[in-house]
Design a protein around this ligand. Structure first.
Ligand code: IMP
Ligand code: MG
Length: 172
């Protein structure tokens, strides 16, 4: 068992997500967005975020597996479930739980770009900026955090702890 300590509370998360939703609404005024959730980690964030977006959206999901151990991603990504619809000419907003090295998103973005969307932007709840190994443009960030392994609110440790309603760190 992990010894959990709150890093970002439920209230802080919801307040920030509301702000992000308002910003996205403003930026995409008069347009339609394909909000693309990268499962499983992004699921809690996506479902809360879309409630605060006031332009027409469609929800899409992608499942990717990154080969790595339980702490680190290798950046080699395999698509296990793809989007249901083509994205040609559409505005795509990728919703992720966390960016660490940036390799996963860089790879996903390169795959999506080949499909001819009008735009691709990235919205991540958490960003470990100092860990970045590869350049990836991020338009919306919930919180910048230190290089610590975090869990909860969609983020897992060995597939557990995703259902914790706040972001926690392990203080063993
Ligand atoms: P990247 O390719 O190094 O940017 O890794 C991003 C992915 O690694 C995320 O989508 C998460 O699945 C996982 N990850 C990175 N850091 C954490 C963490 O602190 N807790 C849980 N998962 C993490
Ligand atoms: Mg993930």
């Amino acid at each position: 068992m992990l010894k959990l300590e709150t890093l970002i509370s439920e209230d802080e998360l919801q307040k920030r997500i509301k702000e992000l939703g308002a910003q996205i609404t403003k930026d995409y005024e008069g347009q339609e967005i394909i909000v693309l959730c990268i499962l499983k980690g992004g699921v809690m964030f996506m479902t809360d975020l879309v409630k605060h977006i006031q332009v027409p959206i469609k929800m899409e999901f992608m499942v990717v597996s990154s080969y790595g151990d339980e702490y680190k991603s290798s950046g080699v990504v395999k698509i296990l479930k793809d989007l249901d619809e083509p994205i040609e000419g559409k505005h795509v907003l990728i919703v992720e739980d966390i960016i660490d090295s940036g390799r996963t998103l860089r790879y996903i973005k390169s795959i999506l770009r080949e499909r001819g969307p009008q735009s691709i932007k990235i919205c991540t709840l958490l960003d470990k900026v100092e860990q970045r190994q590869t350049n990836v443009d991020v338009q919306y960030t919930g919180f910048t955090i230190e290089n610590e392994f975090v869990i909860g609110y969609g983020l897992d440790y060995k597939q557990y702890y995703r259902n914790i309603p706040y972001i926690a760190v392990n203080r063993e």
